[in-house]
Ligand binder design. Structure first.
Ligand SMILES: Cc1cc2nc3c(=O)[nH]c(=O)nc-3n(C[C@H](O)[C@H](O)[C@H](O)COP(=O)(O)OP(=O)(O)OC[C@H]3O[C@@H](n4cnc5c(N)ncnc54)[C@H](O)[C@@H]3O)c2cc1C
Length: 402
């Protein structure tokens, strides 16, 4: 059987994790190991069908149960170490499984954190079962990195509801979601102060998929249109004017999980390269015995360790309620995604021509890793944000010592 378990037991043994996480890592790793036939099947299917099938399967097998904290009192919805470990294992095994898991969690998390009792009761049990699919829609063609530029208008109506007009762009699960969490402009204040989050069922009149898109790693991905789309005041998630806060609260938490997925892809690439280097003969010796190959393999190992530690630290900071966790989440995303790109590229290089054959492990990883440096905050935006949180007390101390 092909082993897909991704974790480094030495990292899992660190005090960042407790036994509950170790048990979860073992369980999700074993679950992934037993599903190689499913991965083969979904890779051959049309992306919407595969995505839907995987959300349903994850729900049926209990991996989404934490999205309904009321019916799963033992689950810890705010536990980002769990979400990171899940993403690492799923990304190692199959990109579409990580995608199905992560977008469902991305859509449910604002509901868990800001929804009222009625909204939670209405959506979360079904999202946790995988029978209702969610999507999170903030980006627009003119509002990507700059979320404050969101233009989709939500105007108040006489009956206290809202009418939505405008577009959303690049929405994961856009073609198959049953409900969209939509950030729209309601105008309580300028820029970020004038945004509100809405829960918009996909069958609401006036919502439609404007364009089906095909990214390099195929998945449900779409531009959406909202034309005279009427929603009641009960569709507001949280409070009017708090949409920017809700979007940032979500992205700050999920960036570290993108780092975790990158780690899963990178480990798979490094393991594949190591296996190949051990058997490939060049110049009368194994590739693994060539000095330059050793350098590549050693660098991959160092990068994997650094990424795993940064992800673990960020998730631990979030779980213990550290006010500065977002900085660590950004650092983990930036480092893990950038290094994963390098590791995957190095793996392709070590495999030579066989590394670029369509549908080989490395060719798939080469396509799958690319967008992680773009979504939920590009690497450049991460650098700008990290620079904005540098500790100036250190500069003061250094200046005094001059
Ligand atoms: C696979 C995928 C899935 C996605 N899923 C979703 C989803 O489910 N929901 C959703 O709402 N959105 C989603 N997105 C959209 C994603 O969040 C945006 O693509 C991202 O925020 C970047 O915005 P943009 O594409 O408009 O690029 P832009 O913002 O136009 O950026 C283009 C380039 O300019 C750089 N740049 C931007 N601002 C600055 C600056 N101030 N200084 C220096 N450089 C800068 C960027 O780093 C980047 O290199 C997804 C995108 C992808 C690729």
């Amino acid at each position: 059987m092909e082993l897909t378990t991704s974790f480094d037991p030495e990292i899992l043994g660190l005090p960042f994790y407790d036994d509950r996480h170790r048990r979860l890592a073992d369980a999700i790793g074993t679950w992934c190991d037993g599903r190689t036939a499913l991965w083969d099947e979904v890779r051959a299917e049309e992306p919407d069908k595969a995505g839907l099938r995987l959300v349903r399967q994850l729900g049926e097998d209990g991996w989404l149960a934490f999205l309904d904290p009321d019916s799963e009192p033992d689950a810890r919805p705010g536990d980002y170490r769990t979400i990171c470990l899940m993403r690492e294992a799923l990304a190692y095994a199959e990109d579409l499984a990580d995608f199905a898991f992560s977008i469902q969690a991305l859509a449910a998390t604002p509901l868990i954190r800001f929804g009222n009792d009625e909204q939670k009761r209405h959506y979360l049990p079904h999202m946790a079962q995988g029978s209702l699919v969610g999507a999170f829609a903030v980006s627009e063609e003119q509002a990507g990195s700059d979320v404050t530029a969101v233009g989709l208008a939500a105007a108040r109506t006489d009956d206290g509801g809202y009418v939505l007009n405008g577009h959303k762009a690049w929405i994961a699960n856009g073609t198959l979601a049953d409900v969209y969490v939509v950030i729209a402009r309601t105008g309580e204040g300028p820029g970020p102060l004038g945004l509100t989050a809405f829960l918009v069922p996909a069958d609401t009149p006036g919502v439609r998929v404007r364009d089906r898109l095909t990214p390099v790693a195929p998945r449900s991905f779409a531009h959406l249109a909202f034309e005279e789309c009427r929603v009641p005041r009960e569709a507001v998630l949280g409070k009017p004017g708090k949409g920017f806060v809700i979007a940032m609260d979500l992205l700050e938490r999920f960036r570290m999980t993108v780092g975790a997925a990158a780690l899963g892809f990178a480990r798979r690439a490094a393991d594949t390269a190591l296996a190949r280097a051990r058997t490939r003969q060049v110049g009368g010796a194994s590739l693994i015995d060539q000095q330059l190959a050793k350098v590549s393999l050693a660098d991959m190992d160092v990068q994997l360790n650094a990424a795993a530690l940064l992800v673990a630290r960020a998730a631990w900071e979030a779980d213990r309620g550290s006010p500065g966790f977002a900085r660590h989440s950004n650092i983990a995303k930036l480092h893990a995604t950038e290094e994963a790109q390098r590791i995957v590229d190095t793996a392709v290089q070590l495999l030579g021509a066989s590394g670029v054959v369509k549908d080989s492990v490395t060719e798939r990883l080469y396509r799958q890793i690319r967008s992680l440096r773009i979504y939920e905050g590009t690497s450049e935006v991460m650098r700008l944000t990290i620079a904005g949180t540098l500790d100036m007390r250190r500069a003061d101390r250094a200046a005094r010592a001059l």
